[in-house]
Each structure stands twice: as structure tokens, then as C-alpha cells.
Design a protein around this ligand. Structure first.
Ligand SMILES: Nc1ncnc2c1ncn2[C@@H]1O[C@H](COP(=O)(O)OP(=O)(O)OP(=O)(O)O)[C@@H](O)[C@H]1O
Length: 374
């Protein structure tokens, strides 16, 4: 697979709050301290600690972690809503840290639009004018921006509500207005800061579907903060799991669930139904002589859960994993049970590569996991 170029490239990023914050990243003794030790020794909080990652074009990149792990600080650093202490950030190869005020404004207005949990809508303006607001501050003429706003309102399913004020909308509808406003400026990347956490579960699911749809139909690049694991697994092509300012694992949902990097991640994903996330492509063994002839055929992106169902129906002992007519491997009952029981790491016969850089097509496998969780 050819690597998609990064939209954001983040390297060795630090954000330290507190007195003389600058000295922390450059002083190995301080940089090595735990969060609690650092606070005690220096009075500083390292909200983001030595984080590096790329956000690839067209992917949904989820930043997940418990409250206080540094998610918001990290994402706010991307457009310098919070000024990083050390490190490098580039958008499309352009250095973000050296941008002047005008360039930064342009970055935030045109290139990386933020959708907040509290939608920041203007209460005295109609839905249409709220959606058009971003275009207005870009200097677009009234007729043109209203036309564009109406088009985006249609996209997010708010037709007929154009003339309402935000106060006359439900929470979910308000969030759609916030989303439409961000979309109207046609940004390269959408940044979501826990946008759905205040919504009730059904509406939340609706909005998640909306994000998935935008991802599929418009191939939007999105960075999505959440503290909710099932939301992360449902939406993310890749997930950066944060703890105390560090990214403890970066990978596809399948990798995070199937190959947790450490005890913390393992504990975090303990209750996830592995068979709904892990694919037969990861669980299979190499084919042996005679394997080609029997058992149902599954695509490598099929989940373990789908494989179990196929075997239950056919009565066979094993299923074949095939791609374009080629036999890739075999999953037998024992392998499938091991995934369900969590007694085998789903490393697959292709073996592991570095964290976050799986072989094959991570997007497709993440998609299989998401489909299962929907
Ligand atoms: N302006 C600030 N001054 C000092 N410390 C801060 C500041 N902003 C954030 N922090 C600290 O940095 C750490 C990371 O905070 P951040 O808000 O990024 O976490 P989060 O993962 O987004 O949390 P939540 O899910 O609760 O929003 C926390 O310990 C927080 O107290």
C-alpha cells in the first residue's frame, strides 16, 4: 500500500504548564520524571510529553484517553490554540510553529476547523446565518455564503430548520449546526473536541454515523478526541491512546484490542468484545496441504465473530481466508476460540511491525471492526 501523505506531522511535541516550563523537555532528568514527581519537583504539569505521530490524508485519527490525559491540549497545539513548549508540527509540510498571526488565522479558518462540545453558536442568529458565519469572517459575499450554507445544511440533515434560532433546536441538532459551520469552510481537516459527549446515547450514535458518512463520502480528514472507547473503536482508522501526556499506543482498533502495548492498554480494552474487532486476517494460520478444499471462504477483513457464525452454519472445523481467489490462511475453531477467550494475542501470521504501522490495509481492517461495533 502506498502511504498516504500526512496532513499533520507532529514530532517530539511537549506542552508543559507551570513555572519555567521551557526547561522541562530539554532536561533529561526532568523529562524522565513521572507526572506526579514532575509536579512535586517543579510545580509543572506536562500535559503533552514527547508525542510524535502523523495524521494521514483521509483518515479518522482518534485521540483517546481518560480525563486529564492530555487529549485537548494535544489537539489544541495543532493549530496553536495552545502554544507548544517544544517540538515540531507541520501541516502539509508547512511549519506551524513559525506561522505569523495572519497565517495562523488562515490555518484556523480555512485549513483546520474545530468542532467543540459546546457548539459556540450565536444565539440571535438563524441556523443559516450560524452556518454561514465562518464564510462571513472569511469575507465571502452574503448571497454566495447563504447559498453555500444552505448546501451544507442539506448535507447534515437540517433542511427545513434554516430559520430557527439555536435555542429552538435539540442538542443533537445544535451539534449538527456546529458541524455544518465547520464543514462550510471546506477545511482540509476537521478537529473534533469531544463533540458528542453531552448528547444522549441515541443522538450520539446518529452523530457518529454522520461522521462515518462524511468520512466515506467526502473522505474528510478528521482528528477526533474522545474518552469513550467504543466511540474510538467505532470511528477511528487509528487511535492514539494517551496516558499522562504520553501516547502509550498508536494503532488500528484491531491492533489496540488484539495487541495491547502494555498492561495499561490491556486493562483499558479488557471489556471489548474482541471477536467483533479482530479480523480473520489477523487470526489465521498459514494454509497446509489440503486446506484449499474445505470450509467456508471468508475475506481477510471478516471479523472473528463472522467466522464463528459461518462455521456454525456450515458445520466445518475451519474456514478459509481468501482474497481474490488466493488462499491466504485458515482459521480453525481453536484459533477463533482463543480470540474470544483472549488467550492468544492476535498477532497473525503476517507478524507485527512497529506500533501504528501495520502491514496490509489498516483502513479496511479498522472498517471491519467498526462495522461490527455499529
Ligand atoms: N492552562 C492549564 N494550566 C495548567 N495545567 C493545565 C492547563 N490546561 C490543562 N492542564 C493540565 O494538563 C493535563 C491535561 O489536560 P487536558 O485538558 O489536555 O486533558 P484531557 O485529556 O483533554 O481531559 P478531559 O477529557 O477532562 O477534557 C491535566 O492534568 C490538566 O490539569
Amino acid at each position: 500500500m502506498s502511504e498516504r501523505p500526512p496532513v499533520f506531522a507532529v514530532r517530539d511535541l511537549w506542552k508543559v504548564f507551570g513555572p519555567k516550563a521551557d526547561r522541562v523537555p530539554g532536561t533529561p532528568d526532568l523529562a524522565a520524571l513521572t507526572a506526579a514527581e514532575l509536579r512535586e519537583r517543579t510545580g509543572c504539569t506536562a500535559a503533552v510529553r514527547d508525542v510524535s505521530f502523523d495524521v494521514r490524508k483521509g483518515e479518522v485519527f482518534v485521540v483517546m484517553g481518560l480525563s486529564g490525559s492530555g487529549k485537548s491540549t494535544l489537539v489544541r497545539c495543532l493549530t496553536r490554540l495552545i502554544e507548544p513548549t517544544a517540538g515540531a508540527i507541520a501541516i502539509d509540510g508547512e511549519d506551524v510553529l513559525s506561522m505569523d498571526r495572519a497565517r495562523l488565522r488562515e490555518l484556523r479558518r480555512h485549513r483546520a476547523a474545530m468542532v467543540f462540545q459546546h457548539f459556540g453558536l450565536l444565539p440571535h442568529r438563524s441556523v443559516l446565518d450560524n452556518v454561514a458565519y465562518g464564510l462571513e469572517i472569511q469575507g465571502m459575499g452574503r448571497a454566495q455564503r447563504r447559498e453555500k450554507a444552505a448546501e451544507v445544511i442539506g448535507k447534515v440533515g437540517l433542511e427545513g430548520l434554516e430559520d430557527r434560532r439555536p435555542g429552538q433546536l435539540s442538542g443533537g441538532q445544535q451539534q449538527r449546526v456546529g458541524l455544518a459551520r465547520a464543514l462550510a469552510v471546506d477545511p482540509q481537516v476537521l478537529l473534533f473536541d469531544e463533540p458528542f459527549s453531552a448528547l444522549d446515547p441515541l443522538i450520539r450514535r446518529d452523530m457518529q454515523e454522520e461522521v462515518i458518512r462524511l468520512h466515506h463520502e467526502e473522505h474528510r480528514t478528521m482528528v477526533f478526541i474522545t474518552h469513550d472507547l467504543s466511540e474510538a473503536l467505532r470511528l477511528g482508522d487509528r487511535i492514539a491512546l494517551m496516558r499522562d501526556g504520553r501516547v502509550v499506543q498508536l494503532g488500528t482498533p484491531e491492533e489496540i484490542v488484539g495487541r495491547p502495548a502494555d498492561a495499561y492498554v490491556r486493562d483499558f480494552v479488557r471489556d471489548v468484545p474482541r471477536e467483533q474487532v479482530i479480523t480473520v486476517g489477523a487470526a489465521m494460520r498459514r494454509p497446509l496441504a489440503g486446506d484449499a478444499d474445505s470450509g467456508p471462504a471468508l475475506a481477510p477483513t471478516a471479523t472473528v465473530s463472522e467466522a464463528i457464525e459461518a462455521l456454525a452454519r456450515s458445520g466445518d472445523a475451519a474456514a478459509r481466508v481468501v482474497d481474490g481467489g488466493r488462499l491466504l490462511g485458515v482459521v480453525d475453531r481453536e484459533r477463533l476460540l482463543n480470540v474470544v477467550a483472549g488467550t492468544a494475542e492476535a498477532t497473525g501470521m503476517t507478524g507485527a511491525t512497529g506500533p501504528g504501522e501495520p502491514p496490509g490495509a489498516p483502513g479496511a481492517r479498522a472498517e471491519a471492526g467498526r462495522a461490527a461495533l455499529r
